[in-house]
Ligand binder design. Structure first.
Ligand SMILES: [Fe+2]
Length: 568
């Protein structure tokens, strides 16, 4: 290993979906890249994290030879996979570094999946003594874990077996409602339209929860991954859904018929997780709760937890899904070193910079003008206030499934029709909600309750003040809720400035923000992706790429910039 200015660890998720890579220097996160965004395939199904590894190393300015260790967010040592050549040192060297392999494969650590999830939340929360709850589909042989993070170490206190999987339960319910394999977020959105009137086979218990599905039992086989249990589980749990209206799995267009079902499933999950969180409080005595695992994406549930008074603080990292186990595995590996200095995650901008913006614009035959930050913010604020839809791609991309103002599609939240327009631009269902990005200083002006730290990563739902609902109808959900992003002046100054400029023009300290991508595509990653999205979506009026304002014609460019100058 050549001499470098620190000890570098590479973490990867080479699991079944959501492959990713993260590079740490002395335990501090340097870069995290999701394979789905660089590989342009949702959830990176069937993909290795090789492209993400390449992007991470390039961004960190190191080669694979600089790595002191590689950590993987699954422990296959107890399965037959461990014997596979692909997972030996030579196989992994080829799998992870196909283009520029290191002279020698660095030492490899296989980190238990839930420990990696737990570490991603614990070591990034900025506190030492916390309760940790991990809830996902399945780890190697568990689906839910309670742990105590203290003195820099993680102690797993309780694990629930796979047949109690809340992740599988929610995914099965989403499929039943016709929302697809990855429809959990849609089911949560749909639940706001319904009343929880159905009986579902999930109950909170004094020490957590119980899934009571006849025929569902599972004894983990140490030779195979728990995920192989999914089809058996789904068959059993879905038959339990068929005793409620509309009695059959959805195959058509009538999503709203499943709203009461969605609300019932959502409520049962919320009650169960609240009970589990209370148990974690009893077991650890900690005043802060950190959560990870895919179920941590359920921002309605996070909002309830945050308001429940069970804990002083509820923290979820921006990558609670399997994307985050690259980070978590690397943190576990690095935590054993004297040089370990993890960073508190107070922002999500850990992906890579945009590349060759000017070249991407001219290659597509578009025109642009470079504007300094304040003028850029003023120009875009003016465009938004005039009803234009703006693609906003600047600097290092955010990690996770929420666009947080570096790869976002923005609009005016005061106009209800904007909600419909944004869904048309993106080619998605008309009932899907759009969220607001709110100046951190003004969150209390717009929301009834205190909104917790989950709002830093748009992972927590809050209740919009009744008088504000009519002022931002495009970003208030049917039940009066919204999923705000709390925008900090420190961590994204130009985005903050843009919203502040919008506030000065309109009186509203918020813009409508949805992810910059079209239906079925991952959030844009590169300049090329952003330009391609703009070119293919005529409903997007303006593109911002770093400091460039980009339009389709000179006339439009002149008009856009002049409009802003006139308003100054
Ligand atoms: Fe997971």
């Amino acid at each position: 290993m050549p001499a470098t200015d620190g000890r570098y660890t590479l973490g990867v998720n080479i699991g079944f979906h959501d492959a990713s890579a993260a590079v740490l220097r002395d335990g501090a996160l340097v870069t995290l890249v999701e394979q789905e965004k660089v590989g342009r395939r949702k959830h990176a199904l069937g993909q290795t994290p090789a492209d993400a590894v390449t992007a991470c190393l390039r961004s960190a300015g190191i080669s694979a030879d600089s790595l002191a260790g590689v950590a993987i967010g699954w422990d296959i040592s107890r399965t037959k996979l461990a014997e596979h050549r692909r997972f030996g040192p030579a196989g992994l060297r080829r799998l992870l570094f196909p283009d520029a392999p290191p002279a020698e494969m660095p030492p490899v650590s296989w980190i238990p999946h839930h420990l990696a999830h737990a570490a991603s939340a614990y070591y990034s929360c900025g506190e030492d003594d916390v309760a940790i709850v991990v809830i996902d589909g399945a780890g190697e042989s568990q689906c839910t874990s309670i742990a105590h993070g203290r003195d820099g170490r993680i102690e797993i206190l309780r694990e629930l077996p796979i047949h109690q999987s809340l992740g599988f339960f929610y995914a099965s319910a989403s499929k039943w409602a016709g929302l697809g394999e990855w429809g959990a977020g849609k089911l949560m959105g749909l639940s706001a339209y319904g009343r929880p009137s159905h009986d579902v086979p999930l109950r909170p218990t004094p020490d957590g929860y119980a899934l009571l599905v006849p025929g569902v039992d599972h004894t983990p086989d140490p030779n195979v991954f728990a995920l192989s249990f999914t089809p058996e589980y789904e068959n059993a749990v879905r038959s339990a859904f068929s005793c409620h209206y509309p009695y059959a799995e959805r195959t058509g267009e009538e999503a709203m018929s499943y709203a009461d079902f969605a609300a019932s499933v959502q409520l049962a999950v919320e009650e169960s997780v609240l009970s589990l969180a209370a148990e974690a409080r009893r077991l650890t005595g900690a005043r802060t709760l950190v959560l990870a695992g895919g179920v941590g994406m359920n921002c309605t549930m996070i909002g309830r937890l945050s308001r429940s008074a069970l804990y002083d603080r509820v923290y979820v990292p921006p990558v609670p899904t399997d994307v985050g186990v690259s980070l978590g595995a690397a943190l576990v590996e690095a935590a054993g070193q004297d040089s370990f200095h993890p960073v508190r995650m107070d922002h999500a901008y850990w992906s890579t910079e945009l590349d060759d913006v000017a070249a991407a614009v001219s290659k597509a035959g578009l025109v642009s003008r470079s504007l300094p930050g304040t003028d850029l913010a003023a120009t875009v604020a003016e465009a938004l206030a005039a009803g234009r839809v703006v693609a906003w791609a600047r600097g290092r991309g955010e990690v996770g499934q929420r666009a947080l103002g570096t790869r976002s599609l923005l609009a005016d939240p005061r106009d209800r029709r904007i909600w419909e327009r944004l869904n048309i631009v993106k080619g998605r269902e008309m009932w899907r909600p759009i969220a607001p990005s709110v100046l951190a200083e003004h969150v209390g002006d717009l929301f009834v309750d205190t909104v917790g730290d989950g709002a830093d990563f748009m992972l927590e739902v809050g209740t919009v003040r009744p008088d504000v609902r009519v002022r931002m109808p495009a970003t208030t959900h049917v039940d009066g809720s919204a999923r705000p992003q709390r925008v900090s002046r420190t961590t994204n100054p130009v985005y903050w400035e843009l919203i502040d400029q919008f506030r000065r023009r309109t009186g509203l300290p918020a813009v409508a923000n949805t992810s910059l991508n079209l239906a079925g595509e991952p959030i844009v990653h590169s300049s090329q992706d952003a330009v391609s999205t703009f070119v293919r979506a005529p409903g997007i009026d303006l593109l911002v790429l770093d400091d460039l304002v980009v339009t389709r014609s000179e006339t439009d460019l002149e008009r856009t910039v002049e409009l802003s100058s006139a308003a100054h």
